[in-house]
Write a protein that binds this ligand. Structure first.
Ligand code: ZN
Length: 51
């Protein structure tokens, strides 16, 4: 079988992680966060929304 095609690489390099922009609902601070539960750098709240 010929298996030349798209790569099935699931081991993504760490530096491919891109920070997203978030806004804190508590204090309105805008910041860039990485991960599922970014924390506001100003008030340490996790009540943030992606913008
Ligand atoms: Zn905040």
């Amino acid at each position: 079988m010929c298996s030349v095609g798209g790569p099935t690489d699931i081991d993504l390099p760490e530096d491919r992680v891109v920070a997203k922009n978030y806004r804190c609902k508590e204090c309105g601070e805008r910041f860039k966060g990485i991960g599922k539960h970014p924390m506001c750098p100003s008030c340490q709240s996790e009540d943030v929304v992606e913008i």
